[in-house]
Design a protein around this ligand. Structure first.
Ligand SMILES: Nc1nc2c(ncn2[C@@H]2O[C@H](COP(=O)(O)OP(=O)(O)OP(=O)(O)O)[C@@H](O)[C@H]2O)c(=O)[nH]1
Ligand SMILES: [Mg+2]
Ligand SMILES: [Zn+2]
Length: 299
């Protein structure tokens, strides 16, 4: 075995073992063992590695990250899910129903990661039965403030071409609740891949089928990371400033607030609140922002 140093991205991590891209033979990723000091390496990381005398491979180094998506884990400790993300694909469905708070939280996360964000409404075949006026209104609000909202059907392929185009040459991570169809959509985008898909219960709840974030190379260039479904995506440790920056439609008004550290809550002469009054910012989004702000302030 040559002693050459290779560079590759981490496909999946299980314990001390990593499956890593092999530039010499892309269809055969290599298994690498990682020392304790590399415990922080996650799916999507770029690393250097080499074959060793025993026929296996080991990690030499972790290369600098652009960013990393973390989730509050058990006991409140943040858990890193994946690294080097260009685009957060927020996957929702009509059943299980969508939490707009959760969508907002992912948009805040995207802003923090300096990543693009894309909102997917999957299971369009179930819209007739499950969609409410409120749901359509919320989707329109996201469109109005500049996000792309895609209606998708992972069973018949509706919306998949557009999604593929938007994913080209980027690393996109699929995030959202369990059972919304992240892996089903990934299967549509990756025709040669067969990711396990789960069932949902009568009540619409997913069964947490995907358990580990996994990186897939896209035939058209770029990468897709399929990730495990979340129950809730708490905000974690962010400042009130970071929170308000996640509501991108506030930005054009926030400069005109009387106080430059205005939280747009009860401060006098708040230009954001004024914009809400005048219908220039949606009441729904503002209301969710205030709820999130109070939650943050409670600690
Ligand atoms: N009716 C309908 N069902 C769908 C659609 N897309 C996915 N499903 C079904 O939804 C269920 C859950 O799909 P998955 O792809 O496993 O969902 P997931 O988001 O990956 O779930 P986790 O891995 O648990 O996070 C499966 O039974 C799919 O067949 C769709 O467009 N329409
Ligand atoms: Mg899945
Ligand atoms: Zn303000």
């Amino acid at each position: 075995m040559s002693n050459k140093v290779h560079t590759g991205r981490v496909i999946i991590r299980f314990g001390a073992e990593l499956l890593v891209e092999n530039p010499d033979d892309p269809s055969f990723p290599v298994r690498c063992t990682a020392k304790r000091k590399f415990d922080t390496i996650v799916c999507g990381d770029k690393i250097t590695w080499r074959h060793n005398q025993h026929g296996n491979a080991s990690v030499i180094d972790l290369l600098p990250r652009k960013n990393a998506l973390t989730r509050p884990g058990y006991r409140g400790r943040p858990r890193t899910i994946a690294a080097n993300i260009d685009q957060l694909v927020i996957v929702n469905s009509w059943l299980p129903e969508t939490s707009w708070h959760l969508v907002d939280r992912y948009l805040i996360a995207a802003q923090q990661l300096k990543a693009d964000a894309l909102i997917i409404m999957n299971k369009s075949d179930l819209a007739k039965k499950h969609a409410t006026q409120d749901d359509w209104r919320n989707l329109d609000i996201y469109r109005e403030i500049g996000y792309e909202v895609l209606e998708v059907n992972a069973l018949d392929g509706q919306g998949i071409d557009r999604l593929s185009t938007l994913m080209q040459d980027k690393t996109s991570i699929f995030s959202g609740r369990s059972g919304v169809g992240k892996s089903s959509i990934a299967n549509q985008i990756l025709p040669d891949t067969d990711i396990t898909v789960g069932i949902i219960s009568e009540s619409g709840e997913g069964k947490h089928t995907t358990t580990t974030a996994t990186l897939y190379q896209l035939p058209t260039g770029g990468y897709l990371i399929d990730s495990p479904g979340v129950r809730d995506y708490a905000l974690g440790n962010i400042s009130t400033e970071e929170l308000s920056k996640g509501y991108i439609e506030f930005a054009p008004f926030a400069d005109n607030c009387r106080f430059n550290n205005c939280t747009h809550d009860h401060e006098p002469k708040c230009a954001v609140r004024e914009a809400v009054k005048q219908g220039k910012i949606s009441k729904e989004r503002y209301q969710r922002y205030i709820e999130a702000l109070h939650k943050l302030e409670e600690g």
